[in-house]
Write a new protein. Sequence first.
Lengths: 257, 305
Amino acid sequence: MNRASPRRAPSRLGLAMLLLLLLLGCAAGPARGDAIVADLSSHLIAINKGFTGDSVVLFGATDGPGDIIAVVRGPEREMTVWRKGRVAGIWVNVESMTFTNVPSFYAVASSRPLDEAVLPGAAALYRIGAANLKLQSKPAMTGERAKRFAAALIEEQQRLGLIADEVGKITFLGERLFRASIAFPANVPTGTYLVEVFLARNRDIVGGQTTPLIVSKVGIDAELSDFATREAAAYGAIAVLTAVVAGWLASLPFRGV
Amino acid sequence: MDIYLPIAEMSLDVFLLLGLGAGIGFLSGVFGVGGGFLMTPLLIFIGVPAPVAVASEANQLVGASVSGVLAHWRRGNVDFKMGFILLVGGLAGSATGVWVFTWLRQLGQIELTISLCFVVLLGSLGALMAVESARALLRQRHPGGARRKLHRHNWLHGLPFKTRFRRSKLYISALLPVGLGFGVGVLGGVLGIGGGFLLVPAMIYLLGMPTAVVPGTSLLQIIFVAANVTFLQAYTNRTVDAVLALALLVGGVIGAQLGARFGTRLRGEQLRFLLAALVLGVAAKLAFDLTAHPAHLYSVTTDQR
């Protein structure tokens, strides 16, 4: 896909934008009232054939020293966690719990270790860090069991790379310009993402900005899976017909046999 | 070379899929079975989610059976009346099967059911085949022995709705093929198999059909049952991966033709013993996976919206 080619070198693009920002920053500094400005090198992650993951560059500037924390959040989904247990010698799903607000993707980046950058209270308030996701079960439950299942859900998602288990690095160039590379795995879910960038001073959040990011499948595969979801009946009929025609075509060369 | 499967949401080597299709196709060419009963578990082994493996294998079976029926039709070995009556049961059975599949999926037990069913089916099938081919191998060394009676009358022949099947030279109750079709249809809906390996012996021993018309007629019914399963799975569960099905189909058709061509030159009994070993091996692996301590006690499913 043509659209995909500029993303081949996100860091170079990001660097160019950073330079542009640097020039602007020298001239005027971030606009008055905005403690922080930030943007992404690309607002689209296109999943095409042979997609093996991608990264975008987050960059921006602050109006003075401080810590930067970025939270990348995919669209929320309803997910069910199953626990296997042994029944008559066989491992069977015996217990389940459904959570209604699981981010399909979650990653955090910070300029310093999270506990040094923000107070636990502020991190909880802004849902920074996998421990602060505030997963809600359906039907609503609290207590040990809910905690156990929520922890298992986070662990499973971390294993799949859909919740980042490490805090990414945000680096400062000088005192006010920052940049970070946000990596997305090959199995990144599609949808509209939100990238929240926070500015922390004295371990408290003093400013922030939110910018969207679209993760979308492109190309024939995307259209096919989209079609299979929207027009399930037509897709089913076409799948059957294709197989019939393919089977018929395949028998032609052997007609004389 | 990897190929992205849009419904399974994973990439697999296209040559692996073609090879898998060709290998199973070869076996089906030699033995005249569909091969779905081996393909679905093998797809699960290479990482395809079980629901997608079942539904896509049904889709592949449509094409494979069309190709097979055409070959038999040209030789006049299809009993259309029998096929139609089997189909009445088959359509009802496969619709029931897909309904059961959907229900089990909601309960979170579909993977377990698929594995368990395959362990039982393949375990008993493999054991039977192993015993049968071992006996045949022994018989080759010690020729002779008693011939069994070909046709026996029992309570099955007392059922109502007697119908004449000219092509099969039979006069039996229509309830028999309807019931048989229904049972195999349910299995098709839940397991994505055509059920040829059950249907063929049942048609020969239970219905008493002449062996020559059995493969063509069973394939005819499998086309429509598999088509019904494909459509219903695509509609209710959205688990049919047409790309996967097509890749398997291409390999399968080539393999089936090679199998039909070279099958006659191979030593039948040894080959049957090997197939029995393969079937038992797959059953053993599935059984092991069911009983071994899982690497991850918890699993996550994203609910459809």
